[in-house]
Each structure stands twice: as structure tokens, then as C-alpha cells.
Design a protein around this ligand. Sequence first.
Ligand code: ASP
Ligand code: MG
Length: 473
Amino acid sequence: MSLVVMKFGGTSVEDAAAIARTAAIVAGRVAAGKRPVVVVSAMSKVTDQLLACAAAASRGDRTGALAISQRLRSRHRDTAAALIKDAKNCGAIQTAIEQEFETLDEVLRGLAAILELTPRISDLIVSYGERLSSVMIAEAFKERGINSVHIDAREIILTDSQYQKAIPQDDLIEERCTRLVLPLLDAGQVPVMGGFIGSNEAGITTTLGRGGSDFTGALIGGALHADAIEIWTDVNGIMTTDPRICPDALRVKEISFEEAAELAYFGAKVLHPATILPAVRKNIPVLVLNSKNPSNDGTRIISLAPHCRSPFKCIALKRKLTIIDVVASRMLMTHGYLKTVFDIFDKHQCPVDMVSTSEVSVSVTVDSTDKLPAIAADLSRIADVKYEGCKALICMVGEDIRGQRGISAQVFAAIKHVNVRMISQGASEINMSFMIEEEDAEEAVRSLHAYFFKDPDPAIFDVEGRNTLVTPQ
Ligand code: ASP
Ligand code: MG
């Protein structure tokens, strides 16, 4: 019987109605003879609210922090009451919720006295989102006839101690999955656990970074050698481009891991980039599906995508970027100069998106502005520095551009009216990216889409479904 990891994001568990839909989807998989392991996010916006709570407490705003916590408590309590009708079970789950909030409030009061929010405490506070959602959902599943059992993800996802971005320890996770999760599956149970959270070797709570529930799903799938990993979200899978910008966007039926990773890196919000890795390594297909439209086939991410008639699969857009031009005549004929430049970005822990160099200049783009003054000050010791915001990056992804002639001419002909600032073709040869003014970005995406998807390959793109899109919120 095939083992499937089903990960449900925040919008798929945002309220009682969404959780009931999710339960029906899981029940459907069980009825179809599959063995699901369910990974859930916190209810939508809860993670942000817990972070707001932590920030308020660390400023000494005890009342503000406890008020947010109180609202979260009511939301969970009301959702549980709406979902679980059996009085005894509902009572038990309400007690569990109350206990979690009592301990959370203790932490918040302590924080409001100490006034220092460490990454470790932040992880502890934010972990409540997934802890609460998973307990409640496991119970709601039971009431709907699913033989579910809650597992504390912190017992399974073992990580190092880099709080807020902990690195999972694959061997330990595999051992825990084999020892603690497999026997439940063998006994016909459906394990339900929170995503995003883990613990280090001392048993202290850690998190995998924002959006980390997808990562949990892939880790569990990898460790259990699952047959598939399903990422349930609120869009119909990966689209050729953002349908809010371009209403003609099409669902991509199949895409390669490499293409999906490229897209994720360039800001397509559907998947966490790291999700891809544990699945790729074990060659497990990842499906992106819509819990508000479960009959839709979504997007299947597989190791080798079949040939596609169109050169590109997707057009991604990343906005709010800044371009930094570093110009130094000293760079002429010297070596080690780029290293010096990148050492400065490294020192400020600032990731660089795109790089382009000429003999005496290097231009890079970054997406965070808070460190820019400090970076520019350091760079100005070795070169002339200019930076300019309000730029956008358009990234065109497709395996079929490899080795094809004339593609760049077509791309730039399609947007010949737009001023292009920087161009790069990735080493993987499956993406072409260029930087333009943010104000030109949407129109450029529409022009490119109109040109490259005028005759979409029906084997790869959902041409029939074009007019039945569910617009993402
Ligand atoms: N709840 C976490 C977040 O919002 C993790 C996730 O949902 O993937 O970042
Ligand atoms: Mg997510």
C-alpha cells in the first residue's frame, strides 16, 4: 500500500470549515487504500501573531502580549468546539489547549520581565502554533472516522541548535521515523504532526525557518521512503506565472525538481526551496495540490520532466530588489577583487540574488535593505558604490532552453520597450533572469507570457482548465 505524506498549509487549516475539508481529503486517501502521514502548519496567521506576541513581551508590553495570546486562545478554543462535537473528547481537547496557553503565557510574562528575546525563546514561543493545530486536527480527524494519532513533531524532527533555522539531522530523523512512525502506520493508524518544529539533542525546541512545514513534509517523506509527498495549499499548483498579474496563467501539470527549485529560489511562493532536497535525493515525487479544489490534479514535481514544446515552463517575478553597482578601476587585471567584494556581503550575512561583472565593475542585487548602509560603507573603502531600489527580477525557467538557439533574442524582442538593467543566464542553463524597473514588471510579465504561451503544450500545461481557475487569495 502506498505511503503518502500529506502536508497541509495554514490556509488548509485556517478554521473549522477548512479543517473539515482537510479531514475529508485525508479520509479519501485512506479509502483509496493509501497510508497517509499528515503534517500540518499552524492555523493561518498564527505564526505571525505569536511572533508579534513575543516582540510585544520583549518590549515590556506584557498586557499587549497577553492580549494577543488571549485572542489566539479563543480562536483555538472556538475552532475545537466547532469541530469536536463529542462532549468528552471536546472537553479533553479544550483542557489540552488551556494547558498549552497557560505555559505560553508563563513564557510571555517571563519575557516581559527579562526583556530579552533570544532566538531560542522565539522558537519556543512560535512552536505553539503547530503544537496547537496538530493536537486539535488529530482529534478532529478521529471524530470524522479517521484512525488518527497525534505525534509531537519534536520527537521526530531532530535538528542542530541553530535556532530559527535549525538544520535537520537526517540519520536521526530516519531512525525516529522507523522506530516511532512506521509501527503506527503498520497498525493502520494515521499519524498527525505539526510541521516547522523540531528539537535539538538536549530536547530544546527549534524551528526550521519560516515556511518550514513543507520542509518537515519532505523530511518525513524522505525518511519513510514515501511514494509521494503532497503539499496541500490554496492554489491549483504551480502556475506559468502569477494569475493576479496575468489572468491567462496556466497550471503546469509537470515540472522537474530543478525547475521547481529555481522558481522557489526566485520567490515563487508555492514551495519552500529546501522542500525539494530531501525528496530529490530519494526520487520521491512532490505534488502541489489545492485543498479548496481537491479534484484538481495540481502540479507534479518529478526528477526528469518530459519534453515540452514551449521553451519555458514559468515566469517568476521578484520585486522590491536593490541593485548595487561597485565600480573600481583597481579591479582591472587584478585577482582576488571579487572575493573582497563578496566577503563584505558575507560579513553582513546578506544573500546576493544575481551578479554581473565587467572588467571594472560588479553589480549585484539584494532583497533586503536594512543592511545596505553598512554594506555600502564597507564597500566604499575599496570602490565607488551606488545603489538603487525599486527594481524587479524576472526569471524565466525551463529545461528546454538548454542548448536552444535564439531564445534570448525572442525574450528581449518580446519586451523590447523595457529598459533591462542586468542579465544573467544561470549556470544550470535552465533559467534566464533579468533586472528591470519595478514599474515595468507587470507589463513585461504579461508581454512575455503572451509571447511564450500563445500555443501551450497540452501535455504540460492545463489548457482546458484555463477558464476554471481558483484565484489565490
Ligand atoms: N507556520 C510556519 C510559518 O508560518 C511554518 C509553515 O507554515 O510552513 O512560517
Ligand atoms: Mg507555507
